[in-house]
Design a binder for this molecule. Sequence first.
Ligand code: RP5
Length: 168
Amino acid sequence: MSINPKVAVAMGSDSDYPILENCIKILNEFGIETSVTVCSAHRTPDRAAQFARDAEKNGFQAIIAAAGKAAHLPGVLAAYTVLPVIGIPIQSSALDGLDALLSIVQMPAGIPVATVAINGSENAALLAVQILGGIYPDLREKMHRYKENMQKSVDEKNRRLQLKISGT
Ligand code: RP5
């Protein structure tokens, strides 16, 4: 069992990776160890199942899973683990990601998948930080700082906008 915060990031195809780069960057900035894997619910179903079965004993505390089109990966991983699974619908088809969103969010009762916005990989990382914050107080502290900095940044933008509007 790992004593360090550790999140597994899985994606249905390497073509999803560009959307996930920001997610992985944020996890690393918060000091969370990550492993990044391509495994598909359809193209590599056995490996996807094994990945999810092993995740707990491999020391992960959460899984982030991204997929596009008929995006079954997050739900399939959730079926094989008791770790929280956060699903990211990827905008990768003629249906612009709505297909992936509905595939991920409409889970049957008993197998939850926390679903973020289409291509919402940044929020997936932040949600993982907040979930792990229940275990690691330092992550909770870092999340407080993150929100304070975000507020300061918005306050500054508002200050500049007011100056622009008033012409001063
Ligand atoms: C999904 O199909 C993947 O998650 C990806 O978003 C989409 C397209 O995959 P590729 O054909 O680019 O490998 O399973």
